[in-house]
Design a protein around this ligand. Structure first.
Ligand code: ZN
Length: 453
């Protein structure tokens, strides 16, 4: 056990570094590092250079900007720990989502602004605050860092990490660690910290329906002759049953701790319109984290403005599916394709083109690094952490887990339910941020006693 005065020292050290870390976070937010915008490439460069410089100042001497082919710039660095101590990989990303319409923001998205205990700005939470948390933990330990650290700050997370798999392969042994701290997720509330222990995977298809060799006059042929768009709509309508559960057979479905998620909290967070019902059955967390979900994300058909009285010969739709932890993405995608083919009415021609896959993720969350993290979070927040799932996939987590099966992966974060990552008025809850900084400093201290693998 560690003597209590050491905790007090560490808490004091975190308090002392916070103003400088906050200033550095604000400087990073001012750089519009939008990975989706080719015109922002120079900002991506300066953002990466700034992150590398901050890490070097924080004692990660070899931190430098690295690219693979034409990937967006990432930052990678390593600082060895005392002999016999574990290596901890600290992950965050420095790219951000596009800001969207300026009019939807109450202040300039790239000018960090504090209001009512929150810091507003694109990337103020997702995920430049993740970088700042790592900086805080490193600075608080100063030259007495109790573990080795490798820091990876990715530059293309917000565009789906297209070159990450290659990067993981290429960087290989340089990324090997005993424990990973992935600081890009959400807490259960501003008062209750969370560890994200499961992720849903994904699979998508594009379905095309054809009924006619060419478009024909709806007045002359409508009635006995079916149009492709109506056929497509009937097929899409069959993807859910009357209660709103996914109707595709053969998909896995698991359980999740219901926690205290209420329908009204979910309605508010999602912005669901009054009178519109939540769909499906089972606990809400189970539906969000451990059950399949199907959404139609696009349809190719004539736009309403160009609509004429014509029976449409062909139409297509993109169908996107989330799959439960434990399910197999290839099998799940085939189940979706079979369902669509089997539910085409009136002999319509159907082609299903397979789309992208993402593996789900679920690992045991009871190893020694989890114990170290739970102790650190409970101490920093004054409230024990809950285990949550995430509805979406995280390419780094699944990719890293595939490559380094032995590492314990801790998915932490600074976001809270009001963060609005990716939306207008994204913000960081500053008290949550302070707790996250202290928790990570305590975590590194707690991990120092863990044996290397
Ligand atoms: Zn993120």
């Amino acid at each position: 056990m560690t003597a209590p005065h050491l905790d007090l020292d560490l808490a004091e050290a975190v308090r002392q570094v916070l103003p400088s870390v906050r200033a550095d976070l604000e400087r990073l937010v001012r750089i519009p590092s939008v990975s989706a915008d080719p015109a922002a490439a120079p900002h991506m460069e300066s953002s990466a250079a700034e992150v590398a410089a901050l890490l070097r100042q924080a004692g990660v001497a070899g931190a430098e900007v690295t690219t693979l082919g034409n990937s967006r710039p990432a930052v990678l660095g390593h600082r060895p720990g005392p002999p016999g101590t574990p290596t901890v990989l600290l992950y965050a990303h420095h790219d951000v989502q596009p800001p969207g319409k300026r009019a939807d923001w109450d202040s300039d998205p790239f000018e960090p602004t504090e209001r009512h205990g929150r810091l507003y700005g694109r990337g103020a939470a997702d995920d430049k605050a993740g970088i700042a948390v790592h900086l805080a933990a490193l600075r608080a330990h100063g030259d007495r860092l109790p573990v080795g650290v490798t820091v990876l700050v990715e530059g293309e997370e917000e565009i789906g990490s297209p070159t990450l798999a290659q990067f993981l392969q290429a960087a290989g042994h340089r990324l090997k660690a005993d424990v990973v701290v992935f600081a890009d997720s959400v807490n259960w509330s501003a008062e209750v910290p969370a560890l994200t222990t499961t992720l849903r995977g994904g699979a998508s298809v594009t379905v095309e329906v054809a009924t006619l060799r060419h478009g024909v006059h709806s007045g002359l042929f409508g009635g006995p002759v079916p149009d492709a768009l109506t056929v497509l709509c009937r097929m899409l309508a069959g993807l859910h049953d009357e209660r709103g559960d996914v109707a595709v057979a053969g998909l896995a479905r698991g359980h999740a701790d219901p926690l205290d998620l209420t329908g009204s909290r979910l309605r508010a967070e999602a912005g669901l319109l009054e009178g519109v019902q939540l769909i499906g059955t089972g606990s809400l967390t189970g539906r969000l984290w451990a059950a399949p979900a199907i959404t139609v994300t696009g349809i190719d058909a004539p736009p309403v403005g160009a609509a004429s009285n014509t029976l449409i010969p062909a139409a297509r739709a993109k169908v996107s599916m989330r799959i439960a932890p434990g399910d197999d993405p290839i099998r799940a995608r085939e189940a979706l394709a079979s369902h669509l083919r089997a539910h085409a009415p009136w002999g319509a021609r159907v082609t299903v083109e397979p789309g992208a896959l993402a593996a789900p993720y679920a690992r045991r969350a009871d190893g020694p690094a989890y114990a170290a993290a739970r102790a650190a979070l409970a101490q920093a927040w004054g409230s024990p952490a809950v285990d949550i799932g995430a509805g979406g996939s995280i390419p780094f987590v699944t990719g890293y887990a595939e490559l380094f099966g032995d590492a314990e992966i801790l998915v932490t974060g600074v976001e809270d339910p009001d963060t609005r990552a990716h939306g207008a008025n994204e913000s960081l809850h500053l008290a949550t941020f302070e707790r996250a900084c202290l928790a990570e400093a305590l975590l590194l201290r707690n991990l120092a006693g863990r044996a290397t693998s």
